[in-house]
Design a protein around this ligand. Structure first.
Ligand code: ADP
Length: 535
C-alpha cells in the first residue's frame, strides 16, 4: 500500500533513527490507506492546529519589527492564501543583525564560552525541538507544502540528529603542533571565523538551517541567517527555542526578507566574515560576486543539479523503478540533487518505462496534511508555471508523455506526477533543472557511453547507479564527476556524510567533518625556543 511504501522509502533512503520508525507507527504509516488517482480533485485544505506566533525579525535575542515597518505575506501553497504577514528585513535590518552578531562574537560570551558549554546549549536546543516536533512539522508543511509525515518522521528527526552531531563536535575541535626546522615551537590553532552570513532556500527550510547553523555554532561563530521569502516561519519558531535553551543574545540572528534586498545586503556586508549559500546556480554566482566585490569573504555554495540515475541491465528492476521514482518525485521534485535524468539500459528500457509509469500513476497527490499523501503542491505560482513550461517544452520537443503533464485539481500549485520517455540528451528537459515532479527517462547501450553522457552537464551535484555487479558499481562511481554517488540507493543523508557539488553545482562541502572547515580560521603561532636542545 502507499503508506507502507512511504514509510519503507523514508526509513531506507534517509537512514532514519529508530525514533522515526516509531513516529511512523504512531501516525499510522503502516496501516492500509486510501489511494488517490491523479485525476482526483483537491478538497478543502485541512487547517493545521499550530499557531503562528513569530513573524518578526529575530535580532540580538529579541523579536523586532523591521526598520521600515514593512511586512510581506507568506502563502499556503495548497491554496495561494496568506498564512501570515512577516516583517520584511532589508539593508538596515541586516546592519542591525550584523552589529549584534559582531558584538556577540567580539565581546560576547559565545566564542569565549567553554566548548563543552556551547555543546550543552546545542543539546538543550535539540531537546526542545523534539518536544515541539509536531508543531514544527505542521508549520513546515503549512509554509512549504511538503507532506506532513515527511516533515514529522524524517526531516525533523534529521534536524535533531544534525544538532546532536554538531554539539558532539564542539569540544573536539582542536589544532595541531607541527615540527619546525629551527628552534621554534609551532602551534596551529583552529579558531572560529567570526560572523557567518547564511542564506537558505525554501525547499528544506529547517534542514538547510541545520546544515549551516549546526557547524557554525559548534565552531564558536555568531550568525546572521536569511530565510527564503517563501518559507520564513519555522526558523523564527526555532529561534525562540534557541533562546529558551540559553543561547546568548546576538549569537543567532534571523532576518526574513527578499534576496536582492536582504540577501544581497548580507552577502556584500563588510563586517560579515563568511557567507554560506544554498540556492540556484544563477543566484550563487551573484552571491559570489557580491562577496568578492565587498570584503572578499570566503564563500561556500550549494547549488543546482541535473543528477543522473543510471539503471544497468543487471539491476533489480522493481527496486530500481521504486528508488528512481523516489529520487525524482521526493519533495515534489524540489530537490537540488533530484535524480532528474533516469538513464535505463536498452535491454530493460520498455519494462522500466511501463513500471515507472504505473508507479507515477499510483502516486498519491493532495493535501499534504493527509497521511496517505506522497505529494503536495509546488512551492508557489512562479515555480508552478516554470514546471508546466518545462512539461510543454518536453512535449514540443517530441519526448513521449507517458503520464501526467498538467495541473492536478484546480486550486493551489499541484502538478500531476509526469513521466517522459524517449528523452534525448539535447532536450531542455534533459539539460535544465526542472525542480518539479517530472521524470525524464533516457536510453543507453553501454557503461562507457552512459558515464560520458551522465557527465555531459554543467552540474555535478549527485548521482545514482543501480546494478548487481560490484565492478560496474565501482567503474561508474569513479567515472562520475559528482559530489555524491548513491549505489543501489538514493537520498541517504546522514549527518556525517559530506554533501556538495562538482562544477557549477557549488563550492565546498556541507555536513560531516568537512563542514567544520568552512567555519574555522587557521592560525599558526610560532614561538622561539631558548633552548633548542630540549626539542
Ligand atoms: P529560487 O529561484 O529557487 O527561489 P534562489 O537561489 O533565488 O532560488 O534563492 C535561494 C535564496 O537566495 C533565497 O533565500 C533567496 O531570497 C536568496 N537570494 C535570491 N536572490 C539573491 C541575491 N541577489 N542576493 C542574495 N541572496 C539572494
Amino acid at each position: 500500500m502507499a503508506g507502507r511504501r512511504i514509510s519503507t522509502m523514508l526509513s531506507r533512503s534517509l537512514s532514519l533513527p529508530s525514533t522515526v520508525t516509531s513516529l511512523g507507527k504512531k501516525y499510522g504509516l503502516r496501516r492500509g490507506m486510501q489511494r488517490f488517482s491523479s485525476a482526483a480533485v483537491v478538497e478543502e485544505p485541512i487547517a493545521p492546529s499550530v499557531q503562528v506566533n513569530h513573524t518578526k525579525l529575530f535580532i540580538n535575542g529579541q523579536f523586532v519589527d523591521s526598520a521600515s515597518g514593512k511586512t510581506f505575506p507568506t502563502l499556503d501553497p495548497r491554496t495561494g492564501e496568506v498564512i501570515a504577514h512577516v516583517a520584511e528585513g532589508d539593508k538596515e535590518d541586516v546592519n542591525r543583525a550584523v552589529s549584534a552578531a559582531r558584538k556577540a562574537f567580539d565581546e560576547g560570551p559565545w566564542p569565549k564560552m567553554s566548548a563543552y558549554e556551547r555543546s550543552r546549549i546545542m543539546l538543550r536546543f535539540a531537546d526542545l525541538v523534539e518536544k515541539n516536533i509536531e508543531e514544527l512539522a505542521q508549520l513546515e508543511t503549512w509554509d512549504n507544502g511538503k507532506p506532513y509525515l515527511q516533515a514529522l518522521t524524517s526531516e525533523l528527526p534529521i534536524f535533531v540528529r544534525l544538532f546532536h552531531y554538531y554539539a558532539g563536535w564542539a569540544d573536539k575541535i582542536h589544532g595541531l603542533t607541527v615540527p619546525a626546522d629551527g628552534p621554534h615551537h609551532v602551534q596551529v590553532l583552529h579558531e572560529p571565523i567570526g560572523v557567518a552570513g547564511q542564506i537558505v532556500p525554501w525547499n528544506f527550510p529547517l534542514l538547510m538551517f541545520a546544515w549551516k547553523v549546526g557547524p557554525a555554532l559548534a565552531c564558536g561563530n555568531t550568525i546572521v541567517l536569511k530565510t527564503a521569502e517563501q518559507t520564513p516561519l519555522t526558523a523564527l519558531y526555532v529561534a525562540k527555542l534557541f533562546r529558551e535553551a540559553g543561547l546568548p543574545d546576538g549569537v543567532l540572528n534571523i532576518v526574513s526578507g527578499y534576496g536582492p534586498t536582504a540577501g544581497a545586503a548580507l552577502a556584500s556586508h563588510m563586517d560579515v566574515d563568511k557567507i554560506a549559500f544554498t540556492g540556484s546556480t544563477e543566484t550563487g554566482k551573484v552571491v559570489l560576486e557580491l562577496a568578492a566585490r565587498s570584503n572578499l569573504k570566503p564563500v561556500t555554495l550549494e547549488l543546482g543539479g541535473k543528477s543522473p540515475f543510471i539503471v544497468c541491465e543487471d539491476a533489480d528492476i522493481d527496486s530500481a523503478v521504486e528508488i528512481a521514482h523516489f529520487a525524482l518525485f521526493f519533495n515534489q521534485g524540489q530537490c537540488c540533487c533530484a535524480g532528474s535524468r533516469t538513464f535505463v539500459h536498452e535491454k530493460i528500457y520498455d519494462e522500466f518505462i511501463a513500471k515507472a509509469k504505473a508507479r507515477a500513476l499510483k502516486r498519491t497527490v493532495g493535501d499534504p496534511f493527509k497521511k496517505e499523501i506522497e505529494q503536495g503542491p509546488q512551492i508557489d505560482s512562479k515555480q508552478f508555471q516554470k514546471v508546466l513550461g518545462y512539461i510543454k517544452s518536453g512535449i514540443d520537443s517530441n519526448a513521449t508523455l507517458e503520464c501526467g503533464g498538467a495541473q492536478f485539481g484546480s486550486k493551489g500549485y499541484f502538478i500531476q506526477p509526469t513521466v517522459f520517455s524517449n528523452v534525448q540528451d539535447d532536450m531542455l528537459i534533459a539539460r535544465d533543472e526542472i525542480f518539479g515532479p517530472v521524470q525524464s527517462i533516457l536510453k543507453f547501450k553501454d557503461i562507457d557511453e552512459v558515464i560520458r553522457r551522465a557527465n555531459a552537464t554543467r552540474y555535478g551535484l549527485a548521482s545514482g547507479v543501480f546494478t548487481s555487479n560490484i565492478d560496474t558499481a565501482n567503474t561508474v562511481s569513479r567515472g562520475l564527476r559528482a559530489g555524491t554517488v548513491w549505489v543501489n540507493c538514493f537520498d541517504v543523508f546522514d549527518a556525517g556524510i559530506p554533501f556538495g557539488g562538482y562544477k557549477m553545482s557549488g563550492i565546498g562541502r556541507e555536513k560531516g567533518i568537512y563542514s567544520l572547515n568552512n567555519y574555522l580560521q587557521v592560525k599558526a603561532v610560532v614561538t622561539a625556543l631558548k633552548n633548542p636542545a630540549w626539542l
